[in-house]
Design a protein around this ligand. Sequence first.
Ligand code: 3AT
Ligand code: MG
Length: 335
Amino acid sequence: RMLKRQMMCRGDIHRLNAPLLAIYESLIPPEEERTKQKQLLALLEKLVCKEWPKAQLFLYGSCANSFGVSKSDIDVCLVFNEDINDKSEILLKLADILQSDNLQNVQALTRARVPIVKLMDPATGISCDICINNVLAVVNTKLLRDYAKIDARLRQLAFIVKHWAKSRGVNETYRGTLSSYAYVLMCIHFLQQRRPAILPCLQGMEKTYNVSVDNIECAYFDKVEQLSNFGSSNKETVAQLVWGFFNYWAYGHDYANSVISVRTGSIISKQEKEWTRRVGNDRHLICIEDPFEISHDLGRVVDKFSIRVVREEFERAADIMQYDPNPCVKLFEPY
Ligand code: 3AT
Ligand code: MG
């Protein structure tokens, strides 16, 4: 019954297109933010270089993957060409250096899951997290950015989904809900699955980019400028896609058996991944395979309580997209 009801998109769905696109536009960071980010990165490069001439700084996360909304913090990775056994020592040294250059709120979080130094730059007002040798994050940032270049609808859908998740309080990994990175992968997977497909599976194509990070081969087709017409035979609009995305996660996804996999561009089975049992704290109640670290389920932060919260939010969003007279307000109502 549910399926039958949900198979058909509301008749006036096209009317939601302009308001959803307006929301998307309002979230795009203005050019001056980009300029300020570059200014801060240049300052950090100067300071880091004095102490560690061979180290390099990379932007990663939403400031570099093209899924960053206005006023986001920036994520920076400090990369040394050797393995670092004691990251704490380096982070404390780094915090020292930054502190003495008038950067504010400098804090070394050496015991975090990903140890970082946090800071705020008073000149630009930007807050920043710096981690060490997290090269996989730099590489998955590039993958997301490359997917975004193929079809504009990915960025539109992902901005709206991220905005919804933040408004509804389901983008907080420390509370058992999903990361922004997980939501963007869910959007990519969804667009790979449309018929006709809106996105290809880059890791299933000729490998024009190939790096090895922590013994993991990260390889895919990155000449994406050649794919700019890929999704053009699919005419779905962002309103239809937002509707379809929430319907999929509310009523279409098989939570008991399925893993979504951007790497293969398909659904794979939990059985195949051996993600059927709880191991330690990993419960696999919603399964999102990391494209490179394939033993890593981005849904593993979700527990038996937060899975209900997340699924109820998907259902709420799907029902609003289906029935509400004013979905563009209701969808993003603070929880
Ligand atoms: P926000 O706009 O800040 O919410 P973001 O894209 O910066 O979104 P996060 O802050 O969640 O996303 O993460 C920053 C980057 O770190 C994104 C991704 O390159 C990497 N990353 C995050 N979580 C994981 C993970 N579980 N496994 C691998 N890489 C991850
Ligand atoms: Mg971030």
